[in-house]
Design a protein around this ligand. Sequence first.
Ligand SMILES: [Zn+2]
Length: 287
Amino acid sequence: MIAHVRRLTALAALCSLGAAALTACGGAERGAPAEPTTAVRPTGSPSPSGPPTLAPGPAGLAPVFKNGPRDHGKTVALTFDADMTADQGPRAAGGERFDNPQLIDTLRRLKVPSTVFMTGRWAEEYPDQAKAIGTDPLFEVANHSYSHHAFTSRCYGLPAVAPEKMRADVERAFTAFRKAGITHPAPYFRFPGGCYDRAALRRVAPAGVTAVQWDVVSGDAFATDADAVAQEVLRGVKPGSVVVLHCTRSAAPATERAIRTVVPELRERGYRFVQVSELIGASAGRN
Ligand SMILES: [Zn+2]
């Protein structure tokens, strides 16, 4: 617990350093702003043609999903945030790698259904990889904003999106996905840094998205000890868990190695890997 707290503190410190450390802040614990508790409100009738979504929250807020049912079998969703902020183009041009093809290869080799929360800027930088991921049924691509800027006024030092531009930032990511050739992104949205409040939920609701948080923090952001990341995941996973990890080599260099430990161990414990949509569907199908 102490180590966990220390890691979060260190991450918050790193994230507050400014532009040089903004990439992986989606791996932080929930952000500082006050967050409403939004209950899972099942629709009971998911869209027949697309991934299931939750019913809107109260007062027109986007619904928030954190984890699947605990009593619906041993399923777990690994989620990978493909972070790149709107102003990191020069760093990518200078050779910094915000992608992680080796991680994607490993997930394929181990046949792990996964959900990738991609920023629109990432899809622009790596259109071939975005398309390859987005057209492979093993992966489900969801929205991590276009800019990876914050949707609350305070979020680990990330620059903030103006409230009136929040919906457009989400929709711009979907546009970038389509341009890259991702034809069916899931209508799920992960707030950069995991930071949201009621105002942000209201602003993104018209984009038709379900906000997706997590219940297991891998701590892979800026981690170099793959075994520590693996142990953190293995310690945290419960039936229905959503684990947050990263698909960004420069800011999460140990993730691929951690996955090679986590996947066989969880299978040994009887877990089945699923995409977030399956957990949402299991939640939406009950009252
Ligand atoms: Zn992120």
